[in-house]
Design a binder for this molecule. Structure first.
Ligand SMILES: Cc1cc2nc3c(=O)[nH]c(=O)nc-3n(C[C@H](O)[C@H](O)[C@H](O)COP(=O)(O)O)c2cc1C
Length: 339
């Protein structure tokens, strides 16, 4: 099975997602629930389009070198600083004939086999947290459960259940307070204050990742709360319309954080060349969302591994063609930013 066949198989198995040639948010504008961005869909579209405004600076006059994009993050040795993003309710959002349980199994196994880490999602229905935990349990806690910003009492209950599996880290997608679908459920979801986050952090003895940071102001609050990593993310454009893209705010946030915690990012990354761009702007790692779902739906765990190997191959190619031997060589001067 190759990647083209995996994409074709995914298209067959999805009735909502149209599996566009480039997953750029144009066709699915406003499809939430669904795979799209909120409202006009412009935040999703902008995530993808702004990445096209960064180009790589080719360097060929150097010795022939072996490149290595291996890294240790969250005490885990990875083949590359790449993660599968948390995505919940795949049958409804994609109109997929693959069940949530099978999707999660494909993601967990595929990521582990390929040497990268999966994040797992959460949702209003009980199964959207139970199933990821069951899946992670089968893989010895290999993964990062991402808990929604429920009111603290409920969030802490879920954190305790996740911690029992000894996960690599625990994340909270604080931006989910803006999710249309969760506004309609009876489970209380809330914006988080510094005090709320400090209480949550006290419960967590593994790295704590705050997902959904888009400004220096929120990065500062996350640091004060004791976050071990922040995730520069706008939830794939699903929580706020007319927002800026993640790549546009990444460098300012990286500079502000100044290595006081790790900085991850996501939103619109599709290839290893895209991953290279975020690393050049200072990110420690990149999450990829929708394309991993397509790979899992179309090709199961094999599809996830194959897509990951393709991403790593592209990242290595980008490194080789810009004269970078290790991740540490990927600096600002290896790219040209035109925004
Ligand atoms: C259908 C769908 C479901 C998602 N579910 C979750 C979730 O449960 N938790 C979460 O933190 N993010 C969720 N996200 C956001 C992703 O984790 C990620 O931030 C985003 O998809 C990255 O953008 P990309 O898909 O363009 O790569 C979801 C995204 C989609 C498209």
């Amino acid at each position: 099975m190759n990647y083209v066949e995996i994409k074709a198989a995914a298209k067959e198995k999805m009735s909502v997602c149209k599996m566009c040639r480039t997953c750029n948010g144009e066709t699915c504008r406003g499809w939430t629930p669904g795979p799209g961005g909120k409202g006009s869909g412009s935040s999703f579209v902008r995530n993808v389009s702004k990445l096209r405004e960064i180009t790589l600076n080719m360097r060929t006059l150097h010795a022939d070198v072996d490149v290595d994009c291996g890294v240790t993050l969250f005490n885990t040795t990875l083949k590359a600083p790449i993660f599968a993003a948390p995505i919940a309710n795949v049958p409804v959002n994609y109109g997929s004939s693959v069940s949530e349980a099978d999707y999660l199994e494909a993601l967990a196994k595929g990521c582990k086999d390929a040497g990268v880490l999966p994040f797992f999602g959460d949702g209003a229905a009980k199964e959207f947290f139970d199933l990821p935990l069951e899946t992670m349990g089968r893989y010895g806690g290999y993964g990062i459960p991402t808990i929604k910003p429920w009111v603290n009492e409920i969030a802490i209950e879920k954190i305790k259940r996740a911690l029992a599996l000894n996960p690599v880290a625990i994340a909270m997608d604080v931006d989910a307070a803006g999710l249309v679908s969760l506004k309609k459920t009876p489970t209380p979801i809330a914006f988080k204050t510094l005090e709320d986050l400090k209480i949550i952090k006290e419960q967590i003895h593994v790295p704590f990742i705050i997902k959904g940071i888009m400004t220096v102001e929120d990065a500062e609050i996350a640091l004060l709360a004791g976050a071990d990593a922040i995730l520069v993310s706008n939830h794939g454009g699903r929580v706020m319309d007319e927002g800026i893209s993640t790549i546009e705010v990444l460098e300012e946030i990286v500079n502000f954080v100044a290595k006081r915690c790790l900085v991850l990012t996501d939103g619109g990354y599709r290839s290893g060349y895209d991953v290279f761009k975020a690393l050049a702007l200072g990110a420690d790692g990149v999450l990829i969302g929708r394309p991993y779902s397509h790979a899992a739906i179309g090709g199961g765990s094999e599809g996830v591994s194959l897509y990951t190997r393709q991403l790593i191959g592209e990242l290595e190619d980008a490194m080789r063609m810009t004269g970078c031997t290790t991740l540490g060589d990927i600096r600002r001067k290896t790219v040209n930013v035109r925004f």
